[in-house]
Design a protein around this ligand. Structure first.
Ligand SMILES: C=C(O[C@@H]1C=C(C(=O)O)C=C[C@H]1O)C(=O)O
Length: 273
């Protein structure tokens, strides 16, 4: 018998809808889920420790010769995202020469922030990388970027008068496009039929997840002590598709990332069905 495919699972609630059917057992798949924060999954896929993973979309641009993408899967937002947040003790316009802490868990949002601070706010701070703890970041730096559950919890607990910037909303206002934070990548050496079997299971799992979205929201509200209405609206800000409009937003992001030298070239986006 062959070994189950090793599939990454972002350890944030932003991915609950995609894995719901698999995790409840409603969808069967010959896979082993490996959980991690995005930056860790990026590394694990590159090192061959897992076969398929939701990687930071910037990571795909950096390794597009070695990877291809699974269809109809992403972590994206149309505008406001709720969980990619810059907490800043001063307005963003005043961050020139200031110190900005970047969460070690992130890759896409780090580059997104650099693009926005450069193009939208015209500032160039010093960047440092830190554990994803907004309070500790603000104690050491002028601003801090956190993502995922750490951002949701930081907003829930925030009692400071920090300026909070939602980077999904900032991106929408800046470009009029969606933001694609993560895509499901496969290493080229993984057999195509195996990857497509996993893609089908994930898509079915996502379909089941969206049918159960109210249940997922109430579980989330309970687990993270969030207001139930907010938990539901948070899940509604996210989407997990990869349509031509997502590809257009992603391409715009890559063009801007290339302009600030975060990637060498804008990659061809290869989705295999
Ligand atoms: C929407 C989010 O997008 C995330 C941000 C990522 C990044 O910055 O590299 C990667 C995957 C996503 O989990 C979030 O963190 O909530």
């Amino acid at each position: 018998m062959s070994e189950p495919t090793r599939v990454g699972r972002i350890d944030f609630v932003n991915s609950d809808p995609v894995y719901h059917g698999i995790e409840t057992g409603e969808v069967e798949a010959d896979i082993r889920l490996v959980e991690g924060f995005p930056a860790a999954l990026n590394e694990m896929l590159a090192r061959g420790e897992i076969d398929i993973a939701p990687v930071s979309s910037i990571e795909y641009a950096r390794r597009s010769d070695d990877y291809y993408l699974l269809p109809d899967l992403s972590v994206s937002s149309r505008a406001e995202v709720g969980s990619v947040s810059l907490f800043s003790s001063v307005p963003a316009e005043e961050l020139d020469g200031a110190t900005v802490a970047l969460a070690s868990t992130s890759a896409t949002s780090v580059v997104l922030l650099k693009i926005l601070l450069d193009e939208r706010y015209g500032v160039s701070p010093e960047y440092i990388v830190r554990e994803p703890d907004a309070e500790a970041m603000l104690a050491e730096a002028d601003a801090g970027l956190v993502i995922g559950d750490h951002a949701l919890l930081a907003e829930r607990d925030d009692e400071t008068d920090a300026h909070v910037y939602d980077l999904g909303r900032e991106w929408r206002e800046h470009t009029d496009e969606r933001m694609v934070y993560a895509v499901w990548a496969v290493r080229n050496d993984v057999p195509r039929s195996e990857a497509l079997g996993v893609a089908e299971a994930l898509q079915e799992s996502k379909r089941v997840g969206y049918e159960a979205i109210d249940t997922i929201a109430s579980d989330l509200a309970e687990r993270m002590s969030l207001d139930p209405g907010y938990a539901r609206s948070y899940l509604g800000m996210l989407d997990h598709d990869l349509t031509p409009s997502h590809i257009r937003g992603l391409t715009k992001y890559y063009e801007k990332a290339e302009r600030i030298d975060e990637i060498e070239t804008v990659p061809e986006i290869t989705v295999k069905k």
